[in-house]
Ligand binder design. Structure first.
Ligand code: IMP
Length: 204
């Protein structure tokens, strides 16, 4: 049996993606489990002022509650012209409970008269791993650069994907297949860095 690593999320897609990176590493035997194995834990309020603060807060809280090595992430969209907005407010940019469409429309409205060369944006993902036994904390950041389109296009993905244009592929994030998104995304970049850090620190 390997050491358990708790992913501080109940999102099965996220847990599966993390398994692909962190399970079956040479010399490190980790068993990835999700928050669904701990029903009834109280919510952790994401009230930090940065992706980093939120990811660390979630990982620390769940590590303390469960005693397990814990990985948490926080992610969102950062638009250069808007000084990093929507940032940590990505999920609720157009208000509490806003739909993806409403958030996208609000962003497009804010960028209404902004020309293409000023519409640069990045998806950012910060991941924090907290080890309650040693007190050690690892924090990494992954990003994926693009340009905010004038209107939504594509049916795949979620969130801001339909308005996030990838010049390299001449398509939006919602037009490329999920397998490709999973190779180039901010989450993939963060996971690759986290994998390298885990190998460096936990290899026997
Ligand atoms: P979370 O931290 O993964 O829950 O992401 C917070 C919010 O950021 C989401 O509700 C989306 O609005 C946005 N976001 C994060 N990752 C993505 C992505 O891969 N595509 C589109 N939007 C994303």
């Amino acid at each position: 049996m390997g050491r358990k690593l708790l992913v501080a999320s109940a999102n099965q897609g996220k847990i599966r993606e993390i398994k692909n990176y962190l399970e079956n590493l040479n010399n490190i035997n980790l068993e990835i489990i999700g928050l669904d194995e701990f029903p009834g834990l109280p919510e952790v309020e994401e009230d930090g002022d940065s992706f980093r603060a939120n990811a660390l807060k979630k990982a620390r809280a769940r590590a303390e509650q469960t005693g397990l090595l814990t990985l948490a992430d926080d992610s969102g969209l950062s638009v250069d012209y808007l000084g990093g907005e929507p940032g940590i407010y990505s999920a609720r940019y157009a208000g509490e409970g806003a739909t993806d469409e409403e958030n996208n429309q609000k962003l497009l409205e804010k960028l209404k008269d902004v020309p293409e060369e000023k519409r640069k944006a990045s998806f950012i993902c910060v991941m924090a791993l907290v080890d309650p036994d040693s007190g050690e904390e690892i924090v990494v950041e992954g990003r994926c650069d693009g340009i905010i389109q004038l209107s939504p296009k594509g049916e795949n993905g979620f969130g801001y994907d339909p308005i996030f244009y990838l010049p390299e592929f001449r398509k939006t994030m919602a037009e490329i297949p999920l397998e490709l998104k999973n190779q180039i995304s901010h989450r993939a970049a963060a996971l690759q860095k986290m994998k390298n850090e885990v190998i460096r620190r936990y290899s026997r």
